[in-house]
Design a protein around this ligand. Structure first.
Ligand code: ADP
Ligand code: MG
Length: 610
């Protein structure tokens, strides 16, 4: 990441910064001047302890904030940079991951961003207008808010340039552009301003996570939850750890307890999940979904104190759920579907209005095309008829009337044929014991291994029938070159991020669906930039002729090439401080959900009575 920043043309301005006195005089001189004159400030200014590069100036006081970068020479910071955090320790080659090569730098950048954020909130720039840095959640992400460059630290801030009416407020501008940055460096980042051991611990947490993910690969586990982990969250809309009331720390069942050695935490024990079909069973409110959600989240590292620091899953884990009403484009659903009404084919299946079951089947096949080999599924968010059909219902519906083969009959096929594991929250149907390799029971937030008992319960039931043809169907449907992606709307659509899971494309809402691995609005914002560039490059110009439709393989190749060139800065002109990387899988999930058409504006028409 760091070196990529170096090469961008925005660094030209750093060549000849204007002296500090220029900015000071300007603010005094233009106090009361017309707001658009702020444009004069674009470019680089030398301050005490750093350079200030004004990248974007808002056209008026009500527009989105202006953007500045602080370029801080390394000797002005107290960051513990020895051993590999500096350029050379390049970013992860796959976007959205924090691997061994990038972990130390991502951890230190994350530490810096949080420190800057806290200082600005508390000490630096109280009141409005403000200086701010992008908010950081519980996860450590590869963000554009703080970058490491060869010559120093780059901090990207948003500044609301102050005004009275439409006039420049000079003194306040001087405070925000001169005093706040200089105090920020001196009080927050300079050598001696903080304990470097804290920064180091933060980075080491990211490194331990990357090592834990490596251990998963080496030992062929799909997930690991360390003993002592605290998985419960404060609220459905608050990702911080639950602290009130009795919080039960995770404890692995002794028979499944495994040990790993992490570079900093040393020997750590916990529950290692073997590949296959794993059930999380138990009564309602006993912690099943909490455990599954912790696994969904554990594609990235978490900050010290989060409780999930030593939880990791395969980096290609994907949560899938029912998304009734989503659009589906050209997906081969034959592994799950046959005989649709009116002879509609199950291969090349498209709809603007999927049912719960077809949306969930599509999400699974799309995940496989993106390379996922671990599906995370919760009954709470699944279509019942996609998961299971009981024997009484089978007597009512002859096969022609029920096109769906439930996941129950496909879970083992996926595992044996394609090496795809699944972790399933199932509290409602013991039929799943017949498909399970491992049955875990959650009892008052404690995990027990009940595999033997579950096997015993289904001993007298016939084994689930094998369907060798399904394996071939899965292989064909999982091929990322086998289908066309939805082209999206024509022209150059405007893509915007609304929250971590929702974008809009030309004002048509785009729900990112099962992507529970998307944690943060900064990721959605980056996704919007990537998507917008993809649509521009691939799209059919209004009135132009269509070219060959791109496949998931084309999209993934394009993303990896563009990432290789410029990383987080490669998709929009001008450096942005409010982006965070997303995995190729999550980009594919977004593109898969594109709609060709918008919704009609207003539908007030009344049917005329005959
Ligand atoms: P289930 O999916 O089994 O119905 P949930 O995972 O939704 O249950 O958890 C139910 C409640 O218990 C939630 O409010 C959750 O935050 C809380 N909870 C989960 N795990 C723990 C734990 N280890 N300690 C304390 N509370 C927990
Ligand atoms: Mg639940």
């Amino acid at each position: 990441m760091s070196e990529r920043g170096e090469l961008s043309s925005h660094n030209q301005s750093a060549a000849s910064p204007r002296p500090r006195a220029f900015l000071e005089d300007w603010c005094a001189r233009l106090d009361g001047g017309p707001y658009p004159a702020y444009r004069d400030l674009r470019g680089c200014h030398r301050l005490r302890g750093c350079d200030l590069d004004v990248v974007r100036v808002q056209p008026d006081p009500f527009a989105g904030p202006s953007r500045v970068r602080l370029l801080v020479p390394w000797d002005q910071t107290g960051l513990p940079l020895e051993s590999g955090a500096l350029p050379g320790g390049r970013g992860a080659s796959v976007p959205g991951l924090v691997d061994r090569d990038s972990a130390r730098a991502v951890g230190l950048r994350d530490f810096t961003g949080r420190r800057v954020g806290r200082w600005l909130d508390e000490a630096g720039a109280q009141g409005r207008p403000t200086v701010s840095v992008e908010r950081h959640g519980q996860g450590m992400l590869d963000r554009s808010a703080v970058l490491f460059r060869r010559d120093g630290l780059e901090i990207r801030l948003a500044v609301e340039l102050p005004a009275r009416g439409r006039r420049i407020l000079g003194r306040e501008a001087a405070r925000l552009l001169l005093q706040v940055p200089e105090r920020l460096i001196a009080e927050c980042l300079a050598p001696g301003a903080f304990d470097p051991a804290t920064a180091l611990r933060h980075a080491q947490t990211a490194e331990d996570f990357a090592a834990l993910q490596d251990a998963l690969t080496q030992r062929a586990w799909i997930a690991f939850v360390a003993d002592g982990a605290r998985l419960a969250r404060r609220a459905g809309n608050d990702d911080r750890p639950l602290t009130e009331g009795p919080v039960v720390a995770f404890e692995s069942p002794p028979a499944l307890r495994r040990e790993v050695t992490l570079p900093h935490a040393g020997r750590v024990t916990g529950l290692a999940f073997d590949p296959g079909v794993v059930l999380l069973c138990g009564g309602g409110f006993h912690g099943k979904s909490t455990l599954l959600r912790a696994l969904c989240a554990a594609v990235i590292p978490h900050v010290p104190g989060d409780g999930r620091e030593r939880v990791a899953v395969r980096a290609d884990a994907m949560s899938v759920r029912a998304e009734e009403g989503r659009s589906v484009h050209d997906v081969d659903l034959r592994p799950f579907l046959h005989d649709l009404p009116f002879g509609r084919p199950a291969h090349g299946f498209s709809t603007e209005n999927a049912s719960g079951s077809t949306s969930q089947a599509s999400a699974i096949l799309e995940a496989l095309q993106g390379g996922s080999r671990l599906l995370l599924i919760d009954e709470d968010t699944s279509a019942t008829n996609f998961m299971i059909r009981d024997r009484l219902m089978e007597r009512l519906l002859v096969s022609r009337q029920e096109p769906i083969t439930p996941f129950l009959h496909r879970a083992q096929t996926l595992h044996r044929g394609l090496g795809v594991s699944s972790v399933l929250v199932i509290g409602g149907s013991g039929e799943y014991f017949r498909a399970a390799d491992r049955v875990l029971l959650l009892d008052t937030y404690c995990v027990e291994d009940r595999t033997a008992q579950a096997r015993d319960i289904v001993r007298d039931h016939p084994p689930l029938p094998e369907d060798p043809a399904a394996m071939d169907l899965f292989r064909a449907a999982a091929d990322p070159g086998s289908r066309a992606l939805p082209p999206g709307p024509p022209g150059e659509p405007r893509v915007r991020a609304h929250d971590a899971r929702r974008l809009s494309v030309d004002r048509v809402s785009l729900d990112l669906g099962g992507g529970e691995s998307l944690r943060d609005v900064s990721q959605a914002r980056f996704l919007a930039a990537v998507l917008s560039r993809w649509l521009r490059e691939q799209g059919v110009p209004r009135g132009g002729t269509a070219r060959r439709a791109a496949s998931p393989a084309d999209l993934l190749g394009w993303y990896s090439r563009a990432w290789e060139k410029a990383g987080l800065d490669g998709f929009e002109p001008g450096p942005r401080g409010d982006f965070a990387a997303v995995r190729p899988l999550d980009l594919l999930a977004a593109v898969n959900r594109l709609r060709a058409r918008g919704a009609p504006e207003g539908a007030w028409a009344l049917e005329e009575e005959e």
